[in-house]
Design a protein around this ligand. Sequence first.
Ligand code: AMP
Length: 279
Amino acid sequence: MKIFTRTKEIEEYVLQLRLTGKTTGFVATMGALHQGHLSLIQQAQQANDVVICSIFVNPTQFNDPADLEKYPRPIVADIQKLEQAGCDVLFNPDVSEIYATHEQWHLNIGELEHLLEGKFRPGHYQGVTQVVYKLFNIVKPDTAYFGQKDYQQVMVISKMVQLLNMPVKLVMCPILREPDGLAMSSRNIHLTADDRLHSLILSKTLNWVKDNFNSDKIPEIKAAAEQLINNEPGVELEYFEIVDGDTLHPANQNTKNIVALVAARVGKTRLIDNVIISS
Ligand code: AMP
């Protein structure tokens, strides 16, 4: 695997790839890689000549400095996992390779910015669009792969690509889970043994909602789901919403694409998860 830490160097490399007609698939990550990340790499491998992964813990998307501080950064193990997965290129820049000092950024992505995650993580999606815009400009991938795990993030990036006419195709990949249902996440290592048990209420509740879904009873189902989570010790619910998967507005009887999304603090760790109910 080729490893680049310098923007200029990877730019030159991808230019050569383009000149030789190679297609590129891109997976952007913040590292602490798990099987979920590697499934994106695999999907990229199936459709592209060259797969490029980035590991960059993007400071501008963290609204909580403590969260940024404690974000896991096991770069040696990550490189090993990428090598084993057969990833072709890793871009692992320092913050100074990506950002000038006191850089400003704002992209009007409309109400997506303030719904759900946006409400609980002010500024988060500005940081996400800022870094993904830069990474797309540097890596210039044909196709970029993102996880359904961050459903709203896929919508935000797709909005940015549309607004700025960026020449990249986006693919949303399914959520990978632990055998007991917990959605894989780099943050799961912060869960204590007790947290780990209590965290299962999130995927259990999402599955319950999917299995018992009735479009005439959305408010009742949402209330029951909230109650299930609120009754779980050590879990503090931020939101549980059943929405139109295209707008993130609350779903009703006529909604075709329905997604249930949840965010909660389990002990000190904030977790998100979702399930597509119909599409
Ligand atoms: P992150 O490193 O958390 O920024 O995630 C990098 C990419 O991996 C994003 O597109 C995530 O949505 C995706 N991802 C994270 N967790 C999972 C998972 N459990 N299954 C599938 N994709 C995931």
